[in-house]
Ligand binder design. Structure first.
Ligand SMILES: [Zn+2]
Length: 226
């Protein structure tokens, strides 16, 4: 067996401790350790705190990988943010559509009719009345125009069996007639007549036009007699 120096053994010792040496190499190191206290001590130290060998290339690769991961996660964050934004916009649209978007309720006797004594308007879909009914007062001839709207939310959640009243007797104007306005004219009740036709004469013409296309749902008993 050729003489082997401490330097060579100490080069081999990290691999020896990691148990990756061939049997021949192990035998050589063992033989040396039997006779050399310095190398034995070196081996002991290695076992206690093993040296981790990390080639420079690996460090570079790790850095590159880290960079790619960072880029990827930036992209992922962007995608996630856009997705979240999309979901929020969709939810907001859905919320608006459900809660605020009003749908005109076409006239029929299940939507609105007269009470038995003829002194009140009964809406079978009571709750719509709370916010959906509008009157266009035209005090001069005692006419009012009326329509109902609903939202998808109230359609879904409110009990339609209950009925609500619009008490005609409690109206302080000299009410003579109530009409139910068709869909195409509902905006006039909501927004009023546009200013260019807001003179009294033009209003009267418009009122007559509204009457002619609307459904008469209530009439004052005395005016019916006359
Ligand atoms: Zn030695």
């Amino acid at each position: 067996m050729s003489k082997i120096t401490c330097k060579v053994v100490q080069d081999l010792l990290p691999l020896y401790v990691d148990e990756v040496l061939s049997d021949d190499s192990i035998n050589i190191v063992d033989e040396h350790l039997d006779t050399c206290e310095q190398c034995t001590q070196f081996a002991e130290n290695l076992k206690e705190s093993p040296v981790k060998i990390q080639p420079a290339e690996n460090a570079d690769e790790a850095a590159a990988l880290k960079k790619i991961k960072k880029k990827l996660s930036k992209k992922q964050i962007k995608t996630a943010a856009l997705t979240a934004l999309g979901v929020i916009v969709l939810a907001a649209g859905l919320f608006y559509g459900l809660v605020f978007m009003e749908w005109y309720i076409p006239y029929d006797e299940s939507a609105v009719c007269l009470s038995d004594d003829g002194r009140a308007l009964v809406t079978a879909r009571a709750h719509y009345c709370c916010y959906g009914a509008s009157f266009l007062p035209y005090e001069e001839d005692g006419t009012k125009f009326f329509y109902l709207t609903t939202t998808a939310f109230s359609e879904l959640t409110w009990n339609h069996e209950e009925s609500g009243l619009y008490n005609v007797d409690s109206d302080t104007t000299l009410l003579k007639e109530i009409y139910y306005v068709p869909r195409e004219y509902a905006h006039i009740i909501k927004d009023g007549f546009p200013m260019p036709i807001a003179t009294t004469e033009e209003r009267k013409v418009k009122i007559e036009e509204l009457k002619s296309v609307s459904v008469l749902v209530w009439q004052a008993p005395d005016s019916a007699r006359s």
